[in-house]
Design a protein around this ligand. Structure first.
Ligand SMILES: Nc1nc2c(c(=O)[nH]1)N[C@H]1C(S)=C(S)[C@@H](COP(=O)(O)O)O[C@H]1N2
Ligand SMILES: [Mo]
Length: 224
C-alpha cells in the first residue's frame, strides 16, 4: 500500500436490499409493538431487552475512512459554517459520558463509556440562526437521518470517537459517529460526514421507509 492508498476512503460491502425490504415490512406490519408506553425513569423502554454484546446494523456498506481523509462539514443555516479535519475535531473540548443505546430491533445496551465532543460545543461553534428547526445528517455510506433541533441540542448528545477507551471500530461508525441516546439508534448516524442545520424538516433513509420521525423508545415510536 502506498501513501495515497492509505489516505483513501473506500466503501466496503454491498447494499443489503433484502434486509432493507424486511425492515420496511416490519414498519408496515407494526411488528414488535407492545402498545404500552413507559416513563423514561424506567430504564429499559417497552418491548426492549438488554444485551451485553453490541450488534452491528447498517445498510450493508461500511466505509473505511482513514483519519487523514476524514472531514466533517457542519453547515446550513448557521453563522459560522465549518469543515473539521481530524486535528480540528480533537482540538475542540473533549468530554467523557456514560450513555445507553436503544435499537428499534429490540436491543438495548446500558452503560457505554464514550469520549467525544458535546453537541453543545458544536452548536456554540457554528451558531445556528434563530430560524433553524431541524438537523440532517449525511454519512459516508450515503445514509441520512433527521432530528428536530431540540432533540439534537440536548445535553446528552455527542459526536463520539472512542468507546470503552478504544477508537470506535469501523463497523460501529468509526472514526466518528453521532450519539443521540434518548432516541432509537437509527437517529445516531455512523460515519457522519455532514451535519446541516435547516429551516425545514427533511426525512432521512428510514424515516422515508415507514420509521417514526420522532423515534422516542419510551413512547414506542418505532413506525410512522
Ligand atoms: N451511516 C449509517 N448510520 C447508521 C446506520 C447506517 O446504516 N448507516 N444504521 C442505523 C441503525 S438502523 C442503527 S440500529 C444503528 C446501529 O449502530 P451499530 O451498528 O453501531 O449498533 O446505526 C444507525 N446509524
Ligand atoms: Mo436500527
Amino acid at each position: 500500500m502506498d501513501e495515497t492508498d492509505k489516505d483513501r476512503i473506500s466503501i466496503l460491502g454491498q447494499i443489503k436490499e433484502k434486509l432493507i425490504g424486511r425492515k420496511q415490512d416490519w414498519a408496515r406490519e407494526g411488528r414488535l409493538l407492545t402498545g404500552a408506553a413507559a416513563n423514561p425513569a424506567q430504564r429499559l423502554p417497552p418491548g426492549q431487552r438488554e444485551v451485553t454484546d453490541w450488534p452491528v446494523l447498517d445498510l450493508g456498506i461500511q466505509p473505511e475512512v482513514p483519519r487523514s481523509a476524514w472531514r466533517l462539514a457542519i453547515d446550513g443555516a448557521v453563522e459560522n459554517p465549518v469543515t473539521l479535519d481530524w486535528d480540528a475535531l480533537m482540538a475542540l473540548p473533549q468530554q467523557d459520558s456514560v450513555l445507553d443505546m436503544h435499537c428499534v430491533t429490540q436491543w438495548s445496551r446500558f452503560d457505554n463509556h464514550w469520549q467525544g465532543v458535546s453537541i453543545r460545543t458544536i452548536v456554540d461553534l457554528v451558531r445556528p440562526k434563530p430560524t433553524v428547526t431541524h438537523v440532517l445528517f449525511e454519512s459516508y455510506d450515503d445514509y441520512t437521518t433527521n432530528l428536530r433541533l431540540e432533540q439534537f441540542a440536548a445535553e446528552d448528545c455527542f459526536l463520539v470517537h472512542t468507546w470503552e477507551g478504544k477508537p470506535i471500530p469501523r463497523q460501529h461508525g468509526g472514526p466518528l459517529r453521532v450519539l443521540v441516546p434518548r432516541y432509537y439508534l437509527w437517529k445516531s448516524a455512523k460515519w457522519v460526514r455532514r451535519i446541516s442545520f435547516a429551516e425545514a424538516d427533511r426525512q432521512g433513509f428510514w424515516e422515508t421507509r415507514g420509521y417514526n420521525n420522532n423515534a422516542d423508545p419510551w413512547l414506542e415510536e418505532r413506525y410512522s
